[in-house]
Design a protein around this ligand. Structure first.
Ligand code: HEC
Ligand code: HEC
Length: 598
């Protein structure tokens, strides 16, 4: 009897592995390249292999990886010293570091401690200074490379995610990933910040057009005059009844005039009947003639004639209409399909564009000089690893080529499977009731779903997403993988923790949390009891509505708060959410610190 049970157990386990997970495949087995930085000699590329936990040095002539630089965790970016002797690698960790490697020996020389999830390292032309963006600390660190010390850490807007230095090294342009501020005012957008690298002051904070979110890449023209930023331009004020002509989301590049520190204009990368979803990497060719953009959702490159672009921008009679003009790039842009999936960071060396293809563990190469019949090749960076269901689901979640006319993917509104910070008037609960985009973390573990709980569970929401937001119908065995991907998400530790522990204020806040009975509806471990309540937040046609109690885990990264994104900060929540009336101001501050630590 015992033998039979264990035998059956073994069979079940075996079947589970062979059906669901290709035997023994782990996330680390994929390289998942996200970025490419050329060596100054033009002979090598340093490829940021995120889940591969390494930087690969790729020899351009032989088209092979000739050296790897191993980290214990995922790299996010790499900068190369002007003499090519060192690389500076940022890593994806709460106690973030810059890893300094000697390129000749591939030895690790030292670590420089920076903030939470450092990204986008840039190095000054003289090789003496390095900057990194601490994405989840919302700050930028300036590092002196002679002493390997952080000289200053300056607050940025929200999730600084990409940065570029002018050729003279004097100005740093920082792209903040997400909008800040409330989502229900009719104006919400992410910001570009202009830093003076000498004084380390912010010279300007430039809001992008209303609905700008999910910024990913920035580059500066070789003459230092303009910065180009990739982002989504969400038409969130319209009900989500259709996709035609970019009704919901459009895909854009904003042009910043660096001298004048202002937004010159924003242009759409889509065509009138074909979206070019989720723009990510952006780079100018060294001669400044062209601008190259990767589209991570539609697996293609845009090649834009930069001179004609600026001629058109200055000749425009109605510049205000350019951000709505789906025909603006007609005649001055080519779309080049890629063979690999999920192109992200890119670099141009000479006449060749090199693009990191995240999902296919490959590098796309496009010879830009072949003006006729431009074609991309895809060079595998390792032998193909079979895709697990989680990986397939991650790809489908980011894949806009399944969407009607390729306008958007799930990741358009749920970047990194989180939130774009915008409100959307989805049709799940009737028209005229916009809701703030929800985090995908714990969605499957905390039914029902949506703010009002109109969906019984996340499985239903996922299928509704494909049918009613992407206007597509997919086989169940494919959609199922998206559930697996979303279930596999794990919380990122809060930047409010101190060495992984609650701060003193947060510990006091934990006591207040119990005293004020918050745990009645937000009990551990999920911080929701999965029930609906009216806590006094419903306004207008939502007055008296019972809302699904949200989990509080990762709420540090999901502002703005409440169903309509009315509360820009955690403290603002309690202007409307009942339950803190008896608390002192100090107790509320401690409570806020605690919730932001979860
Ligand atoms: C146009 C923006 C947009 C797109 C595109 C989008 N979503 Fe959403 N999603 C939202 C918003 C807004 C909500 C919150 C809706 C509500 O509460 O009524 C949401 C909620 C959800 C939820 C429920 C989460 C919870 O815990 O309540 C799931 C699951 C979800 N989306 C999955 C998807 C998937 C899968 C896709 C792609 C097929 C997708 N979404 C595409 C905006 C979007
Ligand atoms: C009676 C049940 C209940 C109690 C008690 C309660 N909450 Fe809530 N909480 C909710 C509901 C329901 C919502 C959703 C409201 C909305 O979206 O407008 C919510 C929303 C929130 C949010 C916003 C989260 C987000 O992502 O938008 C925070 C933060 C929060 N509660 C913290 C607390 C704290 C702190 C306490 C104790 C002072 C508390 N809650 C007590 C039910 C409760």
């Amino acid at each position: 009897m015992i033998t039979r049970i264990s035998a059956r157990g073994a069979i079940t386990i075996l079947a589970f592995f062979t059906l669901a997970i290709p035997f023994g495949v782990q996330a680390e087995d994929y390289l998942s390249p996200v970025g490419v930085t050329p060596d100054p000699s033009g002979e090598f590329l340093y490829i940021v292999c995120s889940t591969g936990n390494q930087i690969a040095r790729f020899d351009i002539k032989s088209e092979t990886t000739t050296q790897t630089f191993e980290l214990g965790n995922a790299p996010t970016g790499v900068a190369v010293s002007p003499d090519g002797g060192r690389i500076y690698v940022t890593d994806e960790s709460p106690d973030g570091k810059v890893w300094v490697f000697d390129t000749a020996s591939a030895n690790l020389i030292s670590h420089i401690s920076v903030g939470h999830t450092p990204v986008a390292p840039t190095i000054s032309p003289d090789g003496k200074k390095l900057t990194v963006c601490n994405r989840f600390d919302n700050s930028v660190s300036f590092i002196d490379l002679e002493t390997e010390r952080v000289i200053a850490t300056i607050p940025a807007a929200r999730e600084p995610i990409a940065a570029a230095l002018t050729p003279d090294g004097n100005t740093l342009i920082v792209a903040n990933h997400l909008p800040d501020g409330p989502a229900n005012t009719g104006m919400i957008s992410a910001k570009i910040q202009v830093f003076d690298t000498e004084s380390r002051r912010i010279l300007a904070t430039i809001p992008l057009p209303n609905g700008s979110t999910s910024l990913r890449g920035v580059c500066i023209s070789p003459d230092g005059r303009y910065a180009y930023v990739t982002h989504i331009l969400g038409r969130y004020l319209l009900p989500t009844t259709q996709l035609d002509r970019g009704w919901m989301n459009t895909n854009a590049v904003s042009v910043i005039d660096i001298q004048e520190k202002r937004l010159l204009n924003t242009l759409l990368l889509d065509n009138i009947d074909q979206g070019s979803a989720n723009p990510w990497g952006v780079s100018c060719t060294p001669d400044g003639k062209r601008l190259v953009v990767s589209h991570s959702g539609t697996h293609e490159l845009s090649l834009i004639d930069r001179e004609r672009l600026h001629e058109k921008l200055s000749a425009a009679e109605e510049p205000d209409q350019i951000p709505n003009d789906l025909a603006f790039l007609v005649g001055i842009r080519q779309r080049i399909p890629l063979e690999g999936k999920g192109p992200r960071g890119l670099a141009v060396v000479g006449d060749q564009a090199y693009v990191a293809e995240y999902f296919s563990d490959s590098l796309a190469v496009v010879d830009l000089e072949r003006k006729e019949s431009l074609r991309a090749r895809s060079i595998p960076l390792q032998d193909p690893v079979p895709m697990t269901d989680v990986r397939k689901g991650e790809l489908l979640f980011h894949d806009a080529s399944v969407c009607f006319q390729h306008w958007q993917s799930c990741a358009t509104c749920h970047p990194d499977a989180r939130t774009d910070a915008l409100n959307w008037d989805l049709l799940n609960d009737g028209l005229g009731s916009p809701k703030n985009t929800k985090n995908m973390l714990l969605a499957h573990q905390t039914p029902p779903t949506s703010m009002t709980g109109v969906r019984d569970n996340a499985e239903i929401s996922v299928r509704a997403g494909f049918r009613y937001i992407e206007f597509t119908v997919l086989p169940e065995e494919e959609i199922r993988t998206v559930d697996e991907y979303l279930k596999s998400l794990t919380p990122v530790p809060s930047p409010y923790l101190v060495d992984g522990e609650l701060s003193e204020a947060a510990k006091r806040g934990e006591v207040v949390f119990k005293k004020a009975n918050c745990h009645h509806c937000h009990p551990e471990p999920l911080y929701t009891d999965l029930q609906r309540y009216d806590v006094g937040t419903g306004e207008g046609n939502e007055a008296g509505t019972e809302f699904d109690t949200p989990t509080l885990i990762e709420s540090w990264r999901t502002a703005p708060y409440l169903y309509d994104g009315r509360a820009a900060t955690m403290k603002d929540v309690f202007k409307w959410h009942q339950g803190t009336e008896q608390l002192t101001d100090k107790e509320i501050d401690d409570l806020v610190e605690y919730v932001l630590s979860l």
